[in-house]
Write a new protein. Structure first.
Length: 116
């Protein structure tokens, strides 16, 4: 992944979390103490921001920097609608999911959907 692709993905991740918290770019800019032009340029992949500003944006979105980076570098194997759903999970929901994954992994591969 190139630096440009990484920053585009970071911008998409920031945009997703901002929208999931129902914040405008202007409100996020206020919370992160920057201009809405910075937020817009980051989300659109047109510009990079400093690490300090990215940390402020993460703080304003109640995210950790590692979460934004790890989601921005993750493989495209997981469908985007599932990623969007997962991005709204609470810590408790993630714990439930972690416990359920081994159960799903043990299911036989030939399962057919029911017609119910």
């Amino acid at each position: 992944m190139s630096d440009k692709e990484l920053w585009i993905n970071i911008g998409k991740t920031v945009s997703h979390y901002r929208k999931s918290k129902k914040l405008t770019q202007i409100k996020l800019a206020e919370l992160a103490h920057c201009s809405n032009n910075h937020i817009s340029a980051l989300e659109n992949g047109d510009s990079r921001v400093s690490l300090k500003l990215l940390c402020s944006i993460c703080h304003a979105l109640d995210l950790t920097l590692d979460r934004v980076i790890s989601q921005s570098t993750s493989s495209n194997r997981i469908p985007s609608d599932i990623i969007e759903d997962l991005n709204t999970f609470t810590d408790i929901q993630f714990e439930c999911l972690r416990r359920f994954i081994p159960v799903i992994q043990k299911l036989p591969l030939g399962i057919k959907e029911s017609d119910d």
